[in-house]
Design a protein around this ligand. Structure first.
Ligand code: TRP
Length: 335
């Protein structure tokens, strides 16, 4: 690889289509960062099984997730896009990190506390408890210095830095320490039917949620039926005009137009006009992505070949790092 810094990010496999919030909040930004970094994107199936998963759908979800990322512009020739369980060095390094992680330190992770509380503390697994050390292994294996994540992952990145630094001082300089790149919050998208609430897959009604894999006509219809308000002015004002502001946020993200410029261009125009413009912009982006994802999913063998090739590329980087770690810790090399 070149002199560019390394970026690593992970996403859990999901059976659902990505929705517009995942796209603007993460994926679109990852695609933009591909050129600046040696970028590595990992579908974290081993993290997914820290909470119960249906075995029949997990493999399909992993493919669906990878297909949508490629369709949205993650280039598996330029970047590395692979499945976590395909590269065993992740779990091997995680074990080593477990041995230098304090029980108390791991107990302070707020995501563990939240997830454990949801499941009932008795039902929470040791795997869930060790989630953050596996994540640290993901990052440290590749000397990734940039880790784009949501704000909720900040504490895990801090732990990763602590563990990397601790290993370095006990066993000699081995790992680079990462920085969190917190994804911009401005991209928060709200439910089209209930613009006070975040758009979420658990929304009461599907008509408020925009999915990448929806048919384009359905997407356009949802946007054209979005809730607005009683006056007729098009301006960004989250408090007084949540529906209109939400449409403007979407349009700004899909057309890379700053908000003041958008507001100026809609001066004197009506809501119908705004909605059609938003619908056209979203469909223009999502329609080809949907088509590409369906094409990839129609040939799972070819998709698996792409993932296998990419796992080999990841392994080439991960294996020597793991060998160094084993040697520094004093594990006897197998001759
Ligand atoms: N925990 C991350 C999340 O929920 C996903 C993840 C797993 C990840 N491994 C990672 C993110 C490594 C960044 C780097 O979003």
């Amino acid at each position: 690889m070149s002199t560019k810094a390394t970026l690593f990010s992970g996403m859990a496999p999901s059976a659902d289509s990505l929705q517009i919030g995942n796209y603007i909040g993460a994926l679109q930004q990852w695609v933009e960062m591909q050129d600046t970094y040696n970028a590595i994107f990992c579908v974290v199936d081993l993290h997914a099984i820290t909470v119960p998963q249906d075995p029949k759908t997990l493999a399909a979800s992993t493919r669906t997730t990878a297909a949508q990322y490629i369709a949205a512009g993650i280039d598996p020739e330029q970047s590395i896009l692979f499945v976590q369980s395909h590269v065993s060095a992740h779990t091997e390094l995680a074990w080593i990190l477990n041995t230098i992680t304090g029980f108390g330190e791991a107990s302070r992770m707020t995501q563990f506390k939240d997830k454990a509380a949801k499941q009932g503390t008795e039902a929470a697994s040791l795997g869930l408890f060790a989630y953050p050390t596996l994540m640290a292994a993901d990052i440290l294996l590749y000397d990734a210095t940039a880790v784009p994540v949501g704000d909720d992952q900040r504490q895990h990145i801090e732990l990763t830095r602590d563990l990397g630094g601790r290993f370095n001082s006990r066993f000699g300089e081995t790992f680079k320490l990462p920085e969190a790149v917190i994804m911009k919050e401005t991209a928060r998208i709200y439910d089209l039917q209930n613009p006070e609430a975040k758009m979420s897959k658990t929304s009461v009604s599907d008509s408020g949620v925009i999915w990448m894999m929806d048919e384009p006509s359905k997407t356009a219809k949802k946007i054209k039926s979005a809730v607005t308000d009683d006056d007729r002015e098009i301006r960004f004002d989250r408090g007084a005009k949540p529906g209109v502001s939400n449409l403007l946020t979407i349009l700004s993200a899909f057309t890379s137009t700053p908000m003041p410029e958008l507001e100026a261009s809609f001066a004197g125009r009506g809501y119908g006009d705004l909605k059609s413009t938003v619908a056209d912009a979203v469909v223009a982006t999502f329609e080809p992505m949907r088509a590409r994802a369906l094409e990839l999913l129609s040939d799972p063998a070819e998709l698996d070949r792409i993932l296998s090739r990419n796992a080999a590329r990841a392994e080439e980087l991960a294996k020597p790092k793991l060998a160094t770690v084993y040697e520094r810790v004093g594990l006897l090399p197998r001759s």
